[in-house]
Design a protein around this ligand. Structure first.
Ligand code: FES
Ligand code: FES
Length: 150
């Protein structure tokens, strides 16, 4: 089937298998490797992307569902001022260790701050609850959100 959508502000028109996951589409067809395959079943958030500004697990989404959508991955977000600010905040707070969860964390924080400019710690924890990190204990990632808000 033909799929038309916008990826990191660039229009895309691709011939795809309708059942291919968006994670496969991004990583294998489009060579965008920031989103990762962790669990592959919607539990870890490593594959997070933004679809129409909402945080989505790309491993659970069929490519056909992207028709007409605006998709943002870390590759696109890091070209924006807000994206750069969040990445720098995460690095400053030492919220990046192995880095496997980091793209998803940046996108989750971006989605939160877009909706709520002054989140509480509880709201930050809630926003990150679908993104697992095995390294940092989350405190440093919450600190990053506060640094980005300054
Ligand atoms: Fe998609 Fe874990 S790989 S949620
Ligand atoms: Fe390693 Fe989060 S930094 S999983």
């Amino acid at each position: 089937m033909k799929l038309n959508f916008t990826l990191n502000h660039q229009p895309q028109s691709l011939e795809i298998s309708a059942t291919m996951s968006v994670l496969e589409l991004l990583r294998e067809r489009l060579n965008l490797s920031a989103c990762k395959e962790g669990c592959g079943e919607g539990e870890c958030g490593a594959c997070s992307i933004l679809v129409n500004d909402k945080l989505v697990n790309s491993c659970l989404l069929a490519s056909a569902q992207l028709e007409g959508a605006e998709v943002m991955t870390l590759e696109g977000l890091r070209e924006t001022d807000k994206g750069r600010c969040l990445i720098e905040a995460l690095l400053e707070a030492k919220g990046v260790q192995c880095g496997f969860c980091s793209p998803g964390m940046v996108l989750a924080l971006y989605a939160l701050l877009n909706e709520n400019r002054y989140p509480t710690d509880d709201q930050i924890r809630e926003a990150l609850s679908g993104n697992l990190c095995r390294c940092t204990g989350y405190g440093m990632i919450i600190d990053a959100a506060h640094i980005a808000l300054k």
